[in-house]
Design a binder for this molecule. Structure first.
Ligand code: URA
Length: 237
């Protein structure tokens, strides 16, 4: 894309637009080895090599925030050694390398955020932030009241109790019972293992909410960009 040199420098974070103009006028900037001292010129940001004081300028990548409705049968990774389909295959058309924030199992569907904002990924996946994540879990059979209490009090997994979870029956019987389960941790296969512990294994599992971000009616395999409001919310956590 063609872009004015001073704008290119400002967007790369070299200096403000005005300071970038000064750098150009002072002869600090070269394009493809030639010093440029005039302000009008445009450069091709994909082909031209721009240097300031002989150091190459690297353009900062645009930050992208996506919400994908992950289908079952995809692994939550950027690539897989066994060549299974990866969630990143579904967002290729964005043209920017993004990475999943946290994990959903191969057989789990639903809300998955993908971004190239490393700071945000770090924050959202760090245990100390305890972002509630809500799942719709279709279980074999109905939980006894005591089992529901176990979810609320905590269940022992790998010798460590889970933090209190919320659980609510939303649809029932006769074979499957559907529950809304909210957890604040992200331990490996946590919801599935909690359900196994009370002897009601998961038939299907879908994540529908993460903090205030909701999956809504996005179709399986589709994605959308997060809104400004959603991005600001995630950054404010
Ligand atoms: N809990 C699980 O068991 N699986 C997931 O994919 C997410 C939460």
């Amino acid at each position: 894309m063609e872009i004015r040199l001073q704008k290119y420098l400002a967007e790369a974070g070299v200096a403000s637009r005005r300071k970038s103009e000064e750098l150009i006028l002072n002869g600090n900037v070269s394009v493809n080895g030639e010093v440029v001292r005039t302000l009008g010129i445009k450069i091709d940001d994909e082909k031209d090599e721009v240097k300031v004081n002989n150091k190459p300028v690297k353009q900062q990548e645009k930050l992208v925030y996506l919400l994908l409705n992950k289908p079952e049968g995809y692994i939550t990774a950027a690539r897989d050694q066994f060549k299974r389909p990866c969630v990143t295959d579904l967002v290729k058309k964005v043209g920017v390398r993004v990475f999943p924030v946290g994990r959903l199992d191969y057989d789990t569907s639903g809300l998955l955020i993908l971004t190239n904002d490393g700071d945000l990924t770090y924050k959202l996946t760090h245990p100390k932030f305890e972002i509630p994540k809500t799942y719709i879990a279709k279980l074999f059979g109905k939980l006894a009241v005591g089992d529901e209490l176990k979810f609320k009090r905590g269940i022992m997994l790998d010798g460590k109790m889970t933090k209190p979870a919320n659980i609510k029956l939303i649809e029932g019987g006769p074979k499957y019972y559907t529950y809304e389960i909210t957890i604040k941790e992200g331990r490996n296969r946590q919801v599935r293992r909690m359900c196994e512990e009370v002897k009601h294994p998961v038939a299907t599992l879908k994540r529908v909410k993460m903090g205030e971000i909701e999956l809504g009616d996005l179709k399986k395999g589709s994605f959308r960009e997060l809104t400004e409001k959603e991005i600001n919310y995630l950054k404010s956590i």
